[in-house]
Design a protein around this ligand. Structure first.
Ligand SMILES: [Zn+2]
Length: 133
């Protein structure tokens, strides 16, 4: 059987099995393996949340509304925190849209996809702000 070289997760496990302290490349490989596994788990739980949200019966509208109100609070807070001048127009426009969506959710329970769109837009806004755009 082929032995995996040091710096692989298999070699890391071989060290442990042989009751040896893993060498640095193997420890690094184990760290990498763990962080990849954690990232995969996070992605899966994110997907699971999305699926669960869509499978919820219509009384989930209360949560969607709560989310929209939360987003409104976030936008208000952002506006009060002296945001970069060039983001104010976008934020106030976004605030109007969230208010409209809250009204729409209050009128009709099917607002989950709209809320997803708001969340991803806000995420995009904050990352472009962080990068100095
Ligand atoms: Zn090793």
């Amino acid at each position: 059987m082929d032995l995996q070289e040091c710096g692989t997760f298999a070699a890391y496990r071989r060290h442990l099995k042989a009751n040896e302290a893993p060498c640095d490349p193997c420890k690094e490989a184990a760290r990498r393996q763990k962080s990849e596994r954690d990232a995969k788990k996070r992605a899966e739980s994110g997907e699971a949340v999305g699926v669960a949200l869509r499978l919820e019966p219509t009384d989930d509208a209360v949560d969607a509304l709560e989310e929209a109100r939360d987003n409104l609070r976030i936008i208000r807070a952002a506006l009060k925190s002296n945001p970069p001048h060039n983001t104010i127009a976008a934020l106030t426009k976004r605030r109007e849209e969230v208010v409209d969506r809250i009204k729409a959710i209050e009128a009709d329970s099917g607002g989950v996809d709209e809320i997803d769109a708001i969340i991803s837009d806000l995420a995009g806004w904050s990352s472009s702000r962080a990068s100095g755009a």
